[in-house]
Design a protein around this ligand. Sequence first.
Ligand SMILES: [Zn+2]
Length: 442
Amino acid sequence: MRTMKTVGALGFAAAAIAFTAPAVALSVAQSAAAPEVIALKAAHIFDATGTVLKDGGLVVVQGERIVSVGGSAPAGARVIDLGDATLLPGFIDAHTHITMQLEKNYYLGRYHEIMRFPAEQVLYGALYAKRTLEAGFTTVRNVGASDFEDVSLRNAINAGIAEGPRMLVSAHGIGSPGGHFDQLSYPPDRVHPEGPIQGICSGPENCREAVRYQMKWGADVIKIAASGGVLSESDPVDVPQLTLEEMKAIVSEAHAWKRKVAAHCHGDAAARLAIEAGVDSIEHGSFLTEDTLKLMKARGVYLVPTRITVEWVLKEADNYPPAIAAKARAAAAAHGNMFRTAIKVGVPIALGTDAGVYPHGMNGGEFGLYVNLGMTPAQALLSGTRDDAKLLGIEAEVGTLEAGKVADIVAVPGNVISDIRATEHPLLVMHLGRIVVQKPGS
Ligand SMILES: [Zn+2]
């Protein structure tokens, strides 16, 4: 099947090839009829090449690409005038679980999780993917899913049979038996213990094998649990769960295949090991000390804060088992100070939300929370556009509004610098040159 949605299907190494495929398709189409030229106009534009918001926004799009930014609309273009609005690059979320959704009733959610067939669960994922795209998020990095559901969903989106953002996926997160990514402590005769295929490993070679299996079946990125987590019942939240040798094996294998490594990590000691092993980002980071944040800055390791989930889980704590509620409160109590210190130190910060813990489609709330904790609105916007694109290794194609880049574009009401929460209500969403949301009157 020929498709216009090929980006990311083959992972980082193949991303450049995948990105060029639509251009070939276009030149074939052009011999029949050239794609329509669309000019998006708005009072303001934040192109994410720097921190400045400019007035008189204009982006001209043809097919899947941006033709020009600024100037005036070419003759014959279909002009969409959005009025008092801001044009921005499509938003990126570097931390989603788009195939799952934590339920209000935690225990019922666990029951559904184990009873639903993978094919059934992916249909839920398709609904969540559509909601995410409609919220203005044109790219997500999905960091953890069961049964290769994220690979399945990504492939279906790329084939044009499901609607959703560009997905870079990790398949199973990799962690230790009994750790954050292992199943609940079901008796082993009831639920069969998992192994490297499901991302559960002990010892460097066993963990290397786990990485190879995820990549074999389509992982674009590798996710590990360096420390314990909040939403798992049997482990302390902050202790290391992989050894330095295990993480080194994981990182060397992933990097050899040009895959980046995202480390789920709340604890400081675990973060030290993960940074030494060479991971590309630390996710959550609740208990990181200033010294560790300085080390991240020196090594160019990104922080992915998932702030909206920290606040969501704190709000919902009473609905979780007591052990989880206690961990949620401890992590939330530490996270705000860590975040402020990270800004002060100058750690590179890439926006990520942990969507799936909170309801899908609310991702845009993350921008405002960064501003609440001390980022400028422009910094917050860059974290969810240009800087996320860099972390994901796709900055040549997305993340800014520039001629030649993929036409992933969002328009939000008013001046986004004076009202950052406008990111929660996009007026228009364009993905791969196609308008997927256009609110009445825009
Ligand atoms: Zn997560």
